[in-house]
Design a protein around this ligand. Structure first.
Ligand SMILES: Cc1ncc(COP(=O)(O)O)c(C=O)c1O
Length: 262
């Protein structure tokens, strides 16, 4: 995570190094809390309501009363003093009820990415929950880097492909079908994934790694990456980078952006 540019804690706007969290707070001590990351385009948040809806579902799943209207107010206040119109907005609520909103620089992503698979059994209790317990997601990226790739790809012990630690995955079969793991497989209900699935034909289901490795093209989808072509998986190069369906997904996502932020 990049060094935040600006924070607010419980509505109080602070600079880097000025924010402190009172302990005890299981948000910090046990990763017990929820978060969201969304993108600001020209100073305007993209799909803020959808992110807050997902945050509310995450909070409900772990029986945490979400202070939604206070968070909305915190976002409005922080955006008033925005200096970097193209940046990330992070929303956090901890178990002790602390509200944290940060503005962070956009990460720089390469035009195409290499992946290494990591076997991972989703924690059923936290399926679809964007909880603060992201240590596994951070660890698999380190493991992928140690294996010589840029990012990890979660694959279930039974061989079913899931997602990357902070993005969804799509790929094209030889007959030109675009596929993505279904939410029931144990992946997050990604907002970027949704915007694509709503606009182009996509087959959702439980698909195995050999299906992905035989694909003609593949891409990651997320708030920070938007639609990012994948160039190789476990050292297997994909033929088209970017392929036709990747370009179609990029276009579909830019239409979604234009509709939401005219
Ligand atoms: C596990 C996981 N999957 C997918 C995504 C992509 O979701 P979104 O498109 O809402 O950014 C994220 C986002 O951070 C994530 O954490």
């Amino acid at each position: 995570m990049a060094e935040p540019l600006k924070f607010s804690v419980d509505g109080q706007i602070l600079g880097p190094g000025e924010a402190f969290l009172p302990l005890p707070d299981d948000g910090l001590l046990r990763g017990d809390g929820v978060f969201e990351v969304l993108r600001l385009y020209g100073g305007r948040p993209f799909a803020l309501d959808l992110h807050l809806d997902r945050m509310a579902r995450s909070a409900e799943s772990i029986e945490l009363p979400l202070k939604r209207s206070a968070l909305e107010h915190d976002v409005d206040s922080l955006l008033l003093s925005l200096e970097h119109p193209d940046s990330l907005l992070r929303l956090v609520q901890t178990r002790a009820g602390r509200r944290i909103v940060t503005i962070e620089p956009l990460p720089v992503h390469s035009p195409a990415i290499t992946l290494a698979t990591v076997t991972y059994a989703p924690t059923v209790v936290l399926n679809g929950v964007k909880s603060l317990s992201y240590a596994a997601n951070m660890q698999v990226t380190r493991m992928a880097k140690a294996a010589g790739a840029e990012e990890a790809l979660f694959v279930r012990p039974d061989g079913v492909v899931l997602e990357a630690p902070t993005s969804s995955i799509f790929w094209a079969t030889l007959d030109g079908t675009l596929r993505t793991p279904s939410l029931e497989a144990g992946v997050l209900d990604s907002i970027t994934r949704r915007k694509i699935v709503e606009r182009i034909e996509v087959e959702e289901g439980e698909f195995r790694l050999d299906d992905l490795l035989a694909s003609t093209e593949a891409f990651l989808a997320s708030t920070t990456r938007e639609v990012q072509p994948i160039s190789s998986i476990d050292g297997t190069n994909l033929p088209s980078v970017p392929g036709e369906l990747t370009l179609r997904a990029q276009k579909a996502f830019s239409v979604a952006l234009a509709e939401d932020l005219p």
